[in-house]
Write a protein that binds this ligand. Structure first.
Ligand SMILES: Cc1cc2nc3c(=O)[nH]c(=O)nc-3n(C[C@H](O)[C@H](O)[C@H](O)COP(=O)(O)OP(=O)(O)OC[C@H]3O[C@@H](n4cnc5c(N)ncnc54)[C@H](O)[C@@H]3O)c2cc1C
Length: 460
């Protein structure tokens, strides 16, 4: 049943008329990655923790479902909402409250975008230590709530390693404020850590204390064609061990992904590289670009002699560097063949080549019409696998999931690397998650949200 007019007017009165949007208004907004994100009967955009706490307490007493939203760039359906639910948007929590260059920490509102924090930190030669393709839209609250990874996680860890403390509002309006700015803080159970990766199911994250990292100096970037996934894994290992590299990124893509992105970018000069089975994007930094380039070239020559490299291009300027990144980050495949399926897995690097080959073989024997595209953060063994066909196959997610995911536990991998469970991976969690763990997850949820109003139906 849609949200009643009485609830709508009471909630609008709590946050103020200029801080709410009705269902008709929502239809005019950009829903983000998932068209079902804005299905709610009301969106609240509170200006303060206090107003948010009062709105949550109201919803809790009346069992009204609440869906927290940041940039709506999430990829697992965690921000989807229905007409009997209320969206809590954090866009008004958009202040970088403090940035302390000496302790390399920042306290930021949950609605601050990753790009805004990166820009502010860059002025102090610092960086958030997290980077990903959705940097312009993804918010700190969303990144915390999905425990986002991205292309720097192999170096600085996922969001969990970046968070020093946080403030969250619980379902009953209780404010939990643990905004410590030190890494060493053993004061009993680290309750605030539970909100990292909770996908909005335990409460609403409002402010976050983050550890920043040194910003890499001048980058040199290579797009490298490799003959096989074994070569890609060996190349990644060699890059990580190189004594002179300040390695910033080591990203993977299959040739068919790169070819689609090259077509979209009219990057004819890179088509030759995309004709190879896999490509690796490597970025290193040194105090001067020329030094970084010289180190990269010497390393590539050695890798060529060892048969790990088939061909390579080195970015000659920043425009070319961004073009290489565009080939990695563009989702041209989904525009060329819409209605594909995305899987987000991680595998120990040593097992990765055999896993992809086996997965490809399983898909081909299941249905020869299925095509597999691979991109990923190679340093973490994190792969994003797109499975598609000439026609949309969205309804086949559960049918195909076991072919992609069910080998992973035995390999020590994960069926859910960095995008979270949301709605999309719920069935896989229930298939592969241990009953003992799922039961503890339910009990923890009940402690924080006994009435089950926080992001109902997501994760569990
Ligand atoms: C082009 C592109 C590239 C991407 N690359 C990566 C990548 O490399 N690595 C990666 O990890 N992800 C990646 N993502 C996914 C996405 O950017 C991340 O999941 C991001 O963390 C979502 O942030 P958001 O602010 O958009 O959250 P939303 O999409 O708004 O929400 C995501 C989830 O978090 C919850 N949530 C949001 N804000 C709060 C809050 N303040 N309190 C409590 N719960 C909250 C929501 O309820 C939902 O469950 C990519 C997405 C795109 C579109």
């Amino acid at each position: 049943m849609p949200l009643s007019p009485e609830h709508v007017s009471n909630l609008v009165a709590i946050v103020g008329a200029d801080s709410a949007r009705g269902a008709a208004d929502l239809a005019t907004l950009d829903p983000g990655v998932d068209p079902r994100n804005l299905g709610a009967g009301l969106m609240l955009r509170p200006r303060s923790t206090d107003a948010l706490a009062r709105a949550l307490a109201y919803c809790n007493e009346r069992r009204i479902g609440v869906v927290p939203q940041g940039g709506r760039t999430g990829l697992s359906g965690g921000a989807e909402s229905r007409d009997d639910e209320v969206i809590v948007a954090l866009d008004r929590f958009s202040q970088i409250e403090s940035l302390d260059p000496m302790s390399r920490t920042a306290i930021v509102g949950a609605g601050v975008t990753l790009a805004a924090l990166a820009e502010r930190a860059a002025a102090h030669r610092l960086a958030p230590g997290i980077d990903l393709g959705a940097r312009d839209g993804a918010t700190i609250g969303g990144l915390v709530s999905t425990n986002a990874g991205g292309n720097a996680a192999f170096r600085h860890g996922t969001m969990r390693e970046r968070v020093l403390g946080l403030e969250a509002v619980l379902a009953d309006g209780t404010v939990l404020s643990e905004l410590g700015r030190v890494r060493k803080r053993n004061e009993g159970l680290a309750i605030e850590q539970l909100f990292i990766g909770a996908e909005g199911t335990l409460g609403v994250v409002t402010r976050v204390a983050l550890a920043l990292v040194e910003r890499g100096a001048s980058p040199a970037t290579a797009l490298i064609a490799v003959p096989s996934l074994d070569a890609a894994a060996a190349l990644c290992d060699a890059a990580r061990r190189h004594p002179d590299f300040d390695l910033q990124a080591v990203e993977l893509m299959s040739g068919n992904h790169a070819a689609a992105a090259c077509r979209a970018a009219v990057a004819t000069e890179l088509m030759g590289l995309a004709a190879h089975p896999y490509l690796v994007l490597v970025e290193v930094t040194r105090p001067q670009t020329a030094v970084a380039e010289a180190a990269l070239i010497a390393w590539l020559e050695d890798a060529l002699a060892r048969g790990l490299v088939a061909d390579a291009a080195i970015a000659q300027n920043d425009t070319q560097r961004l073009r290489f990144w565009r080939i990695r980050e563009d989702w041209a495949v989904d525009r060329e063949r819409p209605g594909g399926l995305w899987y987000d897995v991680s595998v120990p690097l040593a097992a990765l080549p055999a896993y992809v080959d086996a997965c490809r073989a399983r898909l081909a024997s299941h249905d020869p019409a299925l095509a597999l595209y691979v991109i990923g953060h190679l340093g973490d063994g994190n792969l994003h696998l797109t499975v598609n066909a000439e026609r949309p196959i969205v309804e086949r997610y559960e049918e195909i999931a076991p072919l992609v995911t069910d080998e992973l536990p035995a390999l020590g991998g994960s069926f859910s690397a960095e995008h979270g469970i949301g709605l999309e991976k719920k069935a896989t969690l229930h298939r592969l998650g241990s009953p003992a763990r799922l039961e503890r997850m339910r009990r923890v949820k009940a402690v924080f949200d006994p009435n089950g109003i926080m992001n109902p139906g997501k994760v569990l």
